[in-house]
Design a protein around this ligand. Structure first.
Ligand SMILES: [Fe+2]
Length: 291
């Protein structure tokens, strides 16, 4: 092979490899979601909640029929869960995408014993937060905007507190949690993870967040290419914040550019477990062995 033909062959291989990577990042990597399952330890005073299963879905960013298909497939993980929590950024570009999303969510919410609670995200503000919240409420979802709700499971109370979105609104964790009895087990939903200290100080037992998408594109050795404001300190996974476990999901959808690389979409299932050690933190939360 001559030098010229060898160069053309190398260039061709590079182009084909680049196209393959791009196709994989755009379609395959955005559709191949993971079901992350975690056991979360409970302090002794909350052992009555042992076995409670909570599914967490966030950042669906629905804007196409293909996105709805991904959501529908992921919802198989909610089967057997007692409660579904939704972390915001439901749609992108336009609120009209709420309809196909809710058509998919509604039967799952109806089949979930404790139903669903939600907070809103920054993209929900962009497309019209009042419309998004109204659509969710009409579907039976409890929308928490600096508010909380008491739920009962096997005779035990626990609370879900939802902080309002913190980039385009004003979040007030104290307002969200001030009516909750001191020491009650409380899961805080907050779209952005970076102010978790405030939730911990307000008394939350666990915070669940999304917003970052895990960075979407994670380069070897370098990590995420870019993360948004409000998600720069806690990008994904478990963290211990002032004694409170914080979990940041990579979310299910994407935003511009609509690609993922080494950062699979996810839906998360938490099972609360009686434990003899303190509930914090991620290092203590262990992957669940059950499928
Ligand atoms: Fe998002």
């Amino acid at each position: 092979m001559s030098f010229g033909s060898r160069s053309r062959a190398l260039l061709g291989a590079a182009v084909i490899g680049g196209i393959g990577l791009a196709v994989n990042a755009r379609w395959r990597a955005t559709a191949a979601f993971a079901v992350a399952r975690w056991d979360v330890p409970l302090a002794p005073r909350h052992h009555g909640l042992d076995g409670l299963r909570i599914a967490f879905l966030t950042d669906t960013h629905v804007r196409s029929a293909g996105d709805v298909v991904s959501v529908r497939r992921s919802l198989a993980a909610v089967a057997g869960c007692d409660l579904l929590l939704l972390g915001g950024d439901f749609v992108s570009e336009a609120a009209r995408y709420m309809r196909p999303l809710l058509d998919t969510l509604e039967p799952v919410i109806a089949a979930t014993p404790l139903g669903a609670c939600a907070v809103v995200g920054n993209h929900d503000f962009t497309v019209g937060v009042d419309r998004v919240a109204a659509d969710l409420t009409a579907c039976g979802v409890i929308v928490l905007r600096d508010g909380n709700v008491e739920l009962r499971w096997r005779g035990n109370s626990f609370w879900v507190a939802g902080m309002d979105e913190s980039l385009l609104a004003v979040s007030d964790p104290n307002l969200a949690m001030n009516a909750i009895p001191s020491g009650a087990w409380t899961v805080a939903l907050w779209h952005e993870p970076d102010h978790a200290e405030l939730a911990a100080e307000a008394g939350a037992s666990l915070q669940l967040s999304g917003h970052t998408h895990g960075g979407q594109v994670r380069l070897p050795w370098l990590g995420p290419l870019a993360v948004p404001e409000g998600g720069k300190r806690y990008v994904d996974g478990w963290h211990c914040v002032h004694g409170m476990p914080l979990y940041v999901s990579r979310g299910l959808g994407t935003y511009r550019p609509p690609v993922r690389f080494r950062c699979a979409p996810e839906i998360t299932v938490f099972t609360l477990r009686a434990a003899s050690f303190p509930p914090c933190a991620g290092a203590r939360a262990v992957p669940s062995s059950r499928g």
